[in-house]
Design a protein around this ligand. Structure first.
Ligand code: GRF
Length: 207
């Protein structure tokens, strides 16, 4: 790999439509290479998508390790061994341990299907619907030790004042995610994303 490439790892637990968007629109362009796709689920469809794209994969089910700390150490070793400079959580449904995060400072990002800080955690779209919101959206953020609490990199909203079913919201949310997460990766890869030295909560973008 040439020195100006930007190798990334992606972690996914499920379908992997966000991974697919990364493979289709980011991988192999502007020096960005997906070098590893990992999962906590051995038969996650996301792993098959990666294999089809010729990307190395590995599964780290919790049951194969003594505890979460041991699993995350093995996962971090594997990612580091592939040379990744950024870890992208694309539907990775496990919390990462603080020691995993410490090995990738400002090097882990996540996509969340709500406008954070509203509706963190699981079933965000369902939470938003139950609350009766009229504006939904997507957030890409750095991962810290909290649940969906890290500094926000990009957000995009969509007005759906008449939405009643999660399915119709997800259709719009996924389309936004598939654009926003690749956009964030491109910005990070070209060094255009940094934390405001005056305010560690705020992300500065050089667009
Ligand atoms: C996405 O909606 C993402 O926001 C959430 O998990 C979902 C993953 O979808 N964190 P997919 O597996 O990428 O299709």
């Amino acid at each position: 790999m040439s020195p100006d490439t930007f190798p990334i790892a992606v972690l996914a637990s499920g379908t992997g439509s966000n991974l697919q968007a990364i493979l289709d629109t980011v991988h192999g362009r502007d020096g960005i290479e997906v070098v590893a796709v990992g999962s906590n689920v051995a038969d996650a469809p996301a792993l098959e998508r990666a294999r089809r794209a010729g990307v190395e994969t590995a599964a780290f089910p919790l049951a194969d390790h003594s505890d979460r700390a041991a699993r995350d150490t093995a996962l971090a070793d594997w990612i580091e061994g592939r040379g990744a400079r950024l870890v992208v959580l694309a539907g990775y449904m496990q919390l990462l341990t603080p020691s995993f995060l410490a090995r990738f400072p400002l090097g882990v990002v996540n996509v969340h299907p709500a406008l954070l800080p509203a509706f963190p955690g699981l079933r965000a779209v369902e939470q938003a619907l139950a609350h009766g919101v009229r504006v939904f959206g997507v957030t890409v953020h750095f991962v810290d030790e909290g649940v969906d609490t890290g500094p926000i990199i990009l957000q995009r909203a969509v007005e759906l004042p008449h939405a009643r079913e999660a399915g119709e919201v997800f259709e719009q949310i996924h389309a936004i995610e598939h654009a926003l997460l690749p956009e964030a990766i491109r910005l990070i890869a070209r060094g255009a994303v940094r934390i405001d030295p005056a305010d560690p909560r705020r992300v500065l973008l050089d667009r």
